[in-house]
Design a protein around this ligand. Structure first.
Ligand SMILES: NC(=O)c1ccc[n+]([C@@H]2O[C@H](COP(=O)([O-])OP(=O)(O)OC[C@H]3O[C@@H](n4cnc5c(N)ncnc54)[C@H](O)[C@@H]3O)[C@@H](O)[C@H]2O)c1
Length: 255
């Protein structure tokens, strides 16, 4: 039997990269998908791909930084699709300005990255809290190796802080919601080849080399490398796992 049968799964940032791969993977495991993304067209295409493969999927346009819109979409999903039992908070952005860069750029990075990666995770989780409680649901947040600090892999303080926040939020919610039967975990991807870092990979081979040289598996990851951990954390395979971060980083953080 498919691992996610009878589940309704929301994936944010599902138009592209890791979120899209997770949504497709959940579809293969029998979940009914709700794809949310600020990129309405990309989310609709991903939903169509799931349906073409025999799955069930709907998409909705959503900017996760807009709290009221998150609440409105959660209501629409409840009315049109049903009770959500899995939430993947994946929507995220990254920029790599150092704290000592142009002050205007640093401030904008901070505001945009916090609004999306951290407040967006709060907004969507809060909006879907009722069905997640009612279904004894599972929340999967997307952290990073930047949920921990690394001097080898320079990143913006805003991104690193936001991903620490995602891990802190994961642990805090796991502690509070466990008694309701809701499990909350995170995934920590390493360098995964997606549009998020396409320009860095094209223009800064030195940075990519720093990552790969420190990765025991000796390669960058693909979005598909995150799908197995995401299925594990959403399914009964992980029935006694909560408050954890599963690193899917080719071993980066272990050495
Ligand atoms: N690619 C990596 O190396 C890597 C590593 C660690 C963590 N991550 C995390 O994985 C997640 C997915 O990243 P990705 O690499 O697949 O990037 P991506 O750019 O391919 O996909 C991100 C998706 O999020 C959507 N999005 C951005 N802002 C949004 C908003 N305000 N509201 C709704 N949707 C929004 C985008 O439209 C896009 O579809 C992010 O949280 C990222 O921080 C990525």
């Amino acid at each position: 039997m498919p691992l996610l049968q009878n589940h309704i799964a929301v994936v944010t940032g599902a138009a592209s990269g890791i979120g899209r791969a997770i949504a497709l993977g959940y579809g293969r495991e029998g979940a009914r998908l709700v794809l949310l993304d600020i990129n309405e067209k990309g989310a609709a295409e991903a939903a169509q791909e799931i349906r073409s493969a025999g799955g069930e999927a709907e998409s909705f346009a959503l900017d996760v930084t807009r709290r009221e819109d998150c609440i409105a979409v959660a209501k629409q999903v409840a009315d049109k699709v049903g009770q959500v039992s899995i939430l993947v908070n994946n929507a995220g952005i990254n920029r790599r300005n150092a704290f000592t860069a142009d002050p205007g750029a640093v401030l904008k990075d901070w505001q945009d990255i916090m609004a999306t990666n951290l407040n967006g995770t709060f907004n969507v989780t809060h909006a879907f809290l009722e069905p997640l409680l009612a279904s004894k649901g599972r929340i999967v947040n997307i952290g990073s190796i930047q949920s921990f600090v690394h001097v080898r892999t320079p990143n913006s303080p805003a991104y690193t802080t936001s991903k620490h926040g995602v891990l802190g939020f994961t642990r805090a919610l796991a502690a509070e919601l466990g008694k309701h039967g809701v499990r909350v975990n995170a995934i920590g991807p390493g360098l995964i080849e997606t549009p998020l870092n396409a320009s860095v990979r094209a223009n800064d081979p030195g940075l990519v080399k720093i990552f790969i040289d420190h990765t025991p598996l000796g390669r960058a990851g693909k979005p598909e490398d995150i799908v197995g951990p995401a299925i594990f954390l959403a399914s009964d395979l992980s029935s006694y796992v909560t408050g954890s971060i599963v690193m899917a980083d080719g071993g980066y953080r272990s050495i």
